[in-house]
Design a protein around this ligand. Structure first.
Ligand code: SME
Length: 150
């Protein structure tokens, strides 16, 4: 599955679409392909400030968290530390921004352009402990590919 999905992401990235259309299509691809991916979206580092994230293309329920300061919530912590966060039970997190009470697990994968953090791939699941090592590998691979267009 991983190989098929990354191959599809490569094709999407190479296609004649705008950047946001490509990101939107990747969200749709992942949400359609993986049943435990209930919300799939990109947050982008705001140009100029480098202190906040703004919501980019996503698939899933609308969220009130359209702008997140570095350090705030799981996304903001991942940005501040430039590291991947895999939370198998969000109810145990103190620094967490809830989008929906249905969300049980979340993975946030940083995206770099060269050395610079430029965004994140954020996925929520309604299933507790939903994310495996295979998810992590898949999403890290996709984050590297997406870094090529951000
Ligand atoms: N739960 C995230 C906020 C973004 S939503 O999941 C879409 C967080 O704690 O940063």
């Amino acid at each position: 599955m991983t190989q098929t999905l990354t191959a599809k992401v490569r094709d999407l990235l190479a296609s004649e679409r705008s950047r946001s259309e490509k990101l939107q299509a990747i969200c749709q691809l992942l949400a359609d392909a993986v049943p435990h991916y209930d919300w799939v979206g990109f947050y982008l580092v705001e140009e100029g400030t480098e202190e906040s994230l703004v919501l980019g293309p996503y698939v899933g329920e609308p969220t009130e968290h359209t702008r997140i300061a570095f350090g705030q919530g799981i996304c903001g912590q991942a940005a501040a530390t430039e590291s991947l966060f895999l939370i198998q039970d969000v109810t145990k997190e103190e620094n967490y921004l809830s989008c929906s009470p249905e969300v049980k697990a979340e993975i946030v994968v940083p995206i770099f352009r060269g050395e610079a953090l430029v965004g994140e791939l954020d996925i929520d699941s309604h299933t507790r402990a939903a994310f495996s090592a295979a998810d992590r590998e898949l999403l890290e691979e996709i984050a590297i590919l997406v870094g090529g267009i951000l």
